[in-house]
Design a protein around this ligand. Structure first.
Ligand code: CP
Length: 308
């Protein structure tokens, strides 16, 4: 049984296999209506639980559609509406769900919830985002980069802004896919030391550079995310905005990267805060390809988890 809990916990050959499978299945679907089933129906007879303790547009819809395209069935559950949100333990929830469904995808707050779900479930568990990481997003982002620019190995990826959960999964991917990673942002919002150390240990170059213009020199990819994540308090909003304003992705910053550098944002975005609309809608932006590729990448993840 394969859980998909984090990129750094997944074998690099398996990760590569998933990216390649996602690209093949995307190619095979070209020109078909969104509701059309894939030629292959590996999830026929399978039931998937999609649990959300936080809001979601992309993750919820792309998993739901992906399961159906693969011939399976899914149920979207709000954590608050389940007994999980009213005191039932995660361990008991995991054991009960495992009697009904073939796979559990969960978006939750604390990483510990995900880990306990995986420990006690007897079916595969997928991390649909925690406060700490967002691996499905970065699988889609690696796929998107490679569609546009070829292998990501050896490239320079620059994250600008908050060293949040999406940034953490990019760091994990740097180690597993072999690309260099530079973080630029205020020291108070640095990515976790543990994740920086892990990536460095794998042999890739990881740099922390406070000057965003210096950071993006030679960048093949510039990435940012919202300045206030779902788990951040709204009272920190003004402080965060003041700290992060110098790290906005705008035309001047993109001009300091390589001329063919791509721009990514996992969405949802606060336009003209972390990135200007001119960049988001400009020729270097691949933000909607990233969103689409959530669907294809997650179908490959589902198949890997279930071994089908
Ligand atoms: N990028 C992402 O995970 O989007 P949602 O929060 O809409 O799922």
């Amino acid at each position: 049984m394969n859980h998909f809990l984090d990129i750094h916990k997944t074998d690099p050959a398996a990760l590569r296999g998933m990216i390649d499978a996602a690209r093949s299945v995307k190619d095979a679907r070209r020109g078909k209506p969104k509701g059309a089933r894939d030629a292959d129906q590996p999830l026929a007879g399978h039931m998937v639980a999609l649990i959300f303790e936080k809001p979601s547009t992309r993750t919820r819809i792309s998993f739901d559609v992906g399961v159906r395209q693969l011939g399976g069935e899914s149920m979207v559950l709000s954590g608050a509406d389940m007994q999980l949100g009213h005191g039932e333990t995660i361990a008991d929830t995991a054991r009960v769900l495992s009697r009904y469904v073939d796979l559990i995808m969960i978006r939750t707050f604390e990483e510990q919830t995900l880990l306990e779900m995986a420990e006690h479930a007897t079916v595969p568990v997928i991390n649909g985002l925690t406060n700490r990481t967002h691996p499905c997003q970065i699988m889609a982002d690696v796929m998107t980069f490679e569609e546009h620019r070829g292998p990501i190995a050896g490239k320079k990826v620059v994250w600008t802004g908050d060293g949040n959960n999406v940034c953490a999964s990019f760091l994990h991917a740097a180690g597993q896919f072999g690309f260099d990673f530079t973080f630029t942002g205020p020291a108070t919002l640095d990515p976790e030391d543990e994740f920086v150390g892990l990536a460095r240990k794998s042999g890739v170059t990881v740099q922390i550079e406070r000057d965003p213009m210096k950071a993006v020199a030679g960048a093949d990819l510039v990435v940012t995310d919202t300045w206030v994540s779902m788990h951040d308090s709204q009272s920190s909003r003004e402080r965060r905005h003041n700290q992060l304003r110098p790290y906005q992705v705008n035309a001047a910053l993109m001009a300091a990267a390589k001329p063919d550098a791509l721009f990514m944002h996992c969405l949802p975005a606060h336009r003209d805060d972390e990135a200007t609309s001119a960049v988001m809608d400009g020729p270097q932006s691949v933000i909607f390809d990233e969103a689409e590729n959530r669907l294809h990448a997650q179908k490959a993840i589902l198949r890997w988890c279930l071994g089908v």
